[in-house]
Ligand binder design. Structure first.
Ligand code: FAD
Length: 296
């Protein structure tokens, strides 16, 4: 059955007309929109990671095109001297077609990032792509070390991945995980995900390299702050990360308290899959969109 994202992705006119629904979570359709959003964030002391929206690309030309937009995005960040890097979904640059294609496209992106020493994050997608993502990451690390993975705390395998990440001195982002996963692969209950998240956060904060603590969850943010205090971690030893449009006041408050904050800024026309995940995550996000629909 076609998903909401499939229907919109096949119908660019409808997608454009409905963009106003996603406006809170997506900076815009063009690089210029994303650059403007980053300039505003930078002016308030927040850094950014730019994500060109699109995932599960099935045609090679589309994968090449997405990689080209990433190259252009890196050029734009460098030209405007923005405090930003990029987050790449490997499925947007060909992972579901072939690993070699995704790797070749990633190489083009890394070649562009290298002269600017820009960090490139590989987002983590569904659990069936995790091994492949680590294989592509390994190949990328052969020629560039400013590239790093994401750990999803809901995955049963996450602790083992974190130990490998620490041993290899990789720079990881820790998040809860956003995909629908079977029970034998992922923890389902929120208290258990939070517990795992904090155990992994502790390992990464105490032994890892500049981890990104990606969550909007006040409980986890407070626990990470307390851990950092207990171990006298410097505020520049890690960064908090949140999504564009979600808890912006909390993002600024953390910066005022002296913490680093990086905002994940998605842009592009293929916003439906990303938007759908944000709505499924929280009732507040749905209510926000409904209020906008009725002009409230
Ligand atoms: C920077 C970043 C990068 C990410 N990258 C990936 C990735 O590569 N792969 C992946 O699978 N997932 C990724 N995610 C998504 C992540 O896995 C979660 O799905 C998402 O962040 C929701 O979990 P949470 O911990 O933020 O808060 P939730 O579990 O959604 O909410 C927990 C608590 O947070 C607070 N809260 C959350 N949202 C709101 C809101 N809108 N308004 C008010 N309070 C709110 C509330 O106190 C709530 O009870 C990323 C998330 C971030 C922030």
């Amino acid at each position: 059955m076609a998903t909401f994202a499939d229907v919109l992705n096949r119908n660019p006119a409808l997608q454009r007309r409905l963009f106003f629904l996603a406006r809170r979570f997506v900076a815009g359709e063009r690089i210029e929109d994303a650059a403007l959003a980053v300039r505003r964030l930078n002016a308030q002391g927040l850094s950014a990671s730019l994500d060109f929206l699109g995932e599960d690309v099935a045609r090679e030309e589309e994968a090449q095109k997405n990689a080209a937009v990433y190259c252009e995005t890196i050029d734009r960040i460098a030209a405007e001297n923005l405090e930003a890097n990029v987050s790449v979904k490997l499925s947007a640059i060909g992972q579901s077609i072939s690993e070699d294609l995704a790797f070749a496209n990633l190489q083009r992106i890394l070649d562009r990032a290298r002269p600017n020493a820009m960090f490139v994050r590989l987002d983590m997608e569904g659990s069936n792509t995790v091994d492949s993502t680590y294989r592509i990451l390994d190949r990328a690390l052969g020629s560039y070390d400013q590239v790093g993975p994401v750990v999803q705390a809901y995955l049963q395998r996450a602790a083992a991945d974190v130990e490998r990440i620490i041993a290899r001195k990789l720079r990881a982002r820790l998040c809860k995980g956003a995909y629908k996963e079977p029970a034998d692969v992922a923890i389902a209950k929120m208290p258990l995900i939070r517990r795992n998240y904090m155990e992994l956060a502790e390992r990464l904060l105490l032994e890892g390299v500049y981890p990104g603590i990606a969550t909007h969850d006040e409980y986890l943010i407070d626990a990470v702050k307390a851990l950092a205090d207990r171990h006298a971690l410097r505020p520049d030893a890690f960064e908090f990360q949140m999504l564009y449009g979600i808890r912006p006041e909390a993002q600024r408050a953390l910066v005022r308290e002296g913490y680093r904050m990086r905002v994940y800024v998605p842009f592009g026309t293929h916003w439906a899959g990303y938007f759908y995940r944000r709505l499924s995550e929280r009732r507040e996000n749905v209510m926000f969109v409904v209020r906008n629909l009725f002009g409230g």
